[in-house]
Design a protein around this ligand. Structure first.
Ligand SMILES: *Cc1c(COP(=O)(O)O)cnc(C)c1O
Length: 418
């Protein structure tokens, strides 16, 4: 069972002021979850969750997470600027980029953020721009396939990120020579995982690497960054990850591998995006058309430009027709948007209650990689983002785009000169 965090009555009230479609976020849910994450890792003195800004690059959301003690994980110039605008500073910003442009490194350095090098050639590239900081991080890619039990979780050998083990050693050697004093190791091996063993398994790999690097290079490993990848249950029958179990699993690996080596001061960092936000956001749309040809279609005022995951990955997002929560799901629909692309479907052959024009459709779990992946295809405009505050009020965090916004980047001067 999946339950919306607003009722039809609440939604109708919001819609009076802000027309659909819009993304709505649940402040209470975000805060409670962030507190649980911090509790799950409270055994580690230096623990910090650096929220992956790309998942929900909205200052209002970043502010809430900042108040809960999170840092910001940025991967581009604009994300860095946003983190700065929200008040993240220094080592509260992790800069985990790849194929990084020079100006991004310059800004990351000016902000004093922790730089996570994706490749060892980036060190020479960076050195021409700024001084190597005392605390640095390198991204590791162990290659091969990553398995938990017998299930293949992902294929790092196919991923463009990170360095081989030999390159990690070389990178740390060079960085040490250049004056770096505290080292971090980062790796992202699997996305959207549903197993409580992903982080513990990854931690074990990185802890063992940390011990090896420390011994071989005589360096201080200051932190291990487990990055993102913890999943959420998008489907109604999926079991959620248990962050307390995950934190406990990482602790066991820590006690087994790091502590005996006198490395009990290593901080654990995470960079979760999806787990921090996905369940606490929803895309709220109105059914504006119904169409029967070879199948039954319901057309929404939202489209894949507002939520790309179903079109891009065939991802499942649960739908609730607000006010019809208790009605039987005895109709089969394709619930679609208006793009001139046949993959613009929020749901295919989905069993739902009978939908009438004007019904409010609540699309679940859009809080991460939802609005942020929006685009302007077909001249569609990005929607507003609203925050349902803990006191029940609704705050506008980002207004909906207008045609003027879309036109703002055009330059007609050269075109229409007589
Ligand atoms: C995307 C990304 C994350 C967040 O991933 P989630 O699956 O949303 O947890 C964290 N770190 C880096 C470097 C990323 O690219």
């Amino acid at each position: 069972m999946k339950t919306p965090f607003v009722s039809l009555e609440q939604a109708k009230k919001i819609i009076e002021q802000y027309p659909t479609p819009f993304h709505l976020y649940d402040e209470k849910g975000i805060r409670e979850n962030a507190r649980l994450v911090n509790r799950a890792f409270s055994w580690n003195k230096g623990f910090k969750e650096y929220f992956a800004v790309k998942a929900t690059p909205t200052p209002g959301i970043l502010q809430v997470l900042k108040e809960e003690g999170c840092g910001a994980d940025c991967s581009s110039y604009t994300e860095l600027k946003m983190a700065e605008a929200v008040g993240f500073a220094g080592e509260d910003i992790m800069f985990s980029s790849n194929m990084t442009p020079a100006e991004d490194f310059v800004l990351a350095s000016e902000l004093g953020s922790i730089i996570n090098f994706d490749d060892f050639t980036h060190i020479a590239f960076f050195e021409k721009l700024a001084e190597i900081p005392e605390t640095v991080c390198c991204r590791y890619n162990p290659g091969g396939v990553f398995q938990v039990a017998n299930e293949i979780m992902d294929n790092p050998g196919d991923a463009k990120y990170g360095m081989t083990k030999d390159q990690m050693k070389e990178a740390f050697r060079i960085l040490k020579q250049k004056g770096a004093k505290h080292f971090g190791i980062h790796s992202f091996l699997a996305s959207s995982t549903s197993s409580n063993t992903y982080y513990p398994m990854l931690a074990k790999i990185l802890f063992e690497l940390a011990v090896e690097l420390k011994k071989e290079l005589d360096i201080h490993i200051a932190f291990i960054n487990l990055s993102g990848g913890v999943g959420v249950p998008y489907g109604p029958d999926e079991t959620p990850c248990d962050i307390m179990t995950i934190g406990e699993g990482v602790r066991l690996a820590y006690e087994e591998i790091l502590e005996p080596e006198g490395m009990g001061d290593v901080a654990i960092f995470t960079e979760m995006g999806r787990y921090m936000l996905a369940p606490y956001g929803s895309l709220i749309a109105t059914a504006i058309h119904a169409k029967h040809i070879y199948k039954e279609y319901v057309g929404l005022d939202a489209c894949a430009a507002n939520l790309m995951r179903p079109a891009m990955y065939g991802a499942y997002h649960h739908l609730t027709i607000l006010g019809k929560e208790d009605k039987p799901c005895d109709h089969t629909y394709d619930v679609v948007g208006g793009l001139c692309e046949n993959n613009d479907k929020f749901a295919v052959d989905r069993m739902l209650p009978e939908i009438e024009i004007g019904d409010i459709v609540y699309i679940h779990d859009t809080g991460a990689h939802g609005h942020s992946m929006g685009y302007n295809y077909n001249g569609k405009l990005r929607s507003a983002e609203l925050l349902l505050k803990e006191n029940g009020e609704v705050a506008l965090m980002r207004r909906a785009e207008t045609p003027e916004d879309y036109f703002a980047t055009f330059d007609f001067t050269g075109l229409f000169k007589k």
